[in-house]
Design a protein around this ligand. Structure first.
Ligand code: ADP
Length: 285
């Protein structure tokens, strides 16, 4: 514990390898103060967490394998439904078409849950691969708009793409991960907005940053919900009432991905009026 910071309580994990064995310890240092608030001692707690960590890895491996195995057949089912919907094997009646559309939408939701589960196992092990490349954010948003517009329409929601004034500069990000973040925000905006509402997707530049915005006119977020929002597995009670399907992982993933990009994520909201989420990504020269 030579590296204890003397003024604050600290916690850290220490790994010890002796060629054969591998041990992980959690070390917590608590500072004791006297009445005059001067430091007069330390309590150091050392706990062997090797078994806990191994169990965590096994759990994470299991989730990752299950999600991988389930995602492949689900994707096939989704594409078969798409072929039927596109009339590739004949014309459908209105009832058949409506039912299939709902099935197609549900399969999209389950695939996005699987993707979040896979993302979470990789984030937990710090193994989420990042491929940073020059990207035009406006193009990413246009594609997402095309992907979501039909989905939103089916729920009776108007999706609007707010085009930036002028061209946005190229930005170095992991395209797929930013896509995943905005997808999670759009999923939520559509899920937590009732029929007749609207969702706006847009981006603009501000002080050497690109800001992506997803605004909705949905159920909103209360102060109480707001503090827990980015915690993994957290789902608001009103959100569950509105939409029982969900994993509570979307915003945790958004937070983890923006950290890797040196960005920020925040929201503004009013209960029953709507919510706007922002992702700020620095433009590096
Ligand atoms: P999920 O949507 O699966 O519940 P998320 O991590 O994406 O998980 O979101 C966590 C919680 O944050 C939601 O359950 C909901 O309570 C709240 N939330 C997120 N986005 C919105 C939104 N656009 N409007 C209202 N509540 C939201």
């Amino acid at each position: 514990m030579a590296s204890i910071e003397k003024k604050k309580n600290t916690s850290q994990e220490i790994t010890i390898n002796d060629n054969i064995n591998h041990y992980i310890y959690s070390v917590h240092c608590h500072i004791l103060h006297d009445r005059a608030k001067k430091i007069n001692g330390y309590i150091i707690l050392i706990r062997d967490i090797t078994a806990d960590k191994e169990l965590e890895i096994m759990k994470s491996d299991f989730i990752s394998t299950a999600a991988h195995q389930l995602r492949t057949p689900l994707s096939s089912i989704k594409w078969m439904m798409k072929m039927l919907l596109d009339g590739d094997v004949g014309k459908l009646s209105t009832e058949q078409n409506d039912l299939l559309k709902k099935g197609f939408q549900r399969s999209n939701e389950v695939i996005s849950m699987m993707n979040n589960l896979l993302g979470i196992t990789e984030i937990d092990r710090d193994k989420l691969p990042f491929k940073i490349e020059p990207t035009y954010i406006d193009k990413v948003l246009e594609k997402l708009y095309d992907h979501y517009v039909e989905n939103a329409k089916q729920k009776g929601i108007t999706l609007i793409l707010e085009k930036p004034k002028g061209e946005l500069p190229l930005i170095r990000v992991d395209l797929q991960k930013i896509n995943m973040c905005v997808q999670n925000l759009l999923d939520n905006a559509v899920k937590y907005t009732a029929k007749g509402g609207k969702v706006i997707l847009g981006a603009y530049t501000k002080d050497k940053n690109i800001i992506i915005k997803v605004a909705d006119s949905g159920i909103g977020i209360t102060d109480e919900e707001g503090v827990k929002l980015f915690t993994r597995f957290y789902r608001g009670k009103r959100a569950i009432n509105e939409e029982p399907t969900g994993s509570g992982l979307g915003l945790y993933i958004v937070k983890s991905i923006k950290l890797k990009h040196g960005g920020e994520v925040w929201f503004e909201s009013e209960k029953d009026k709507g919510t706007t989420f922002y992702i700020k990504l620095p433009i590096k020269d």
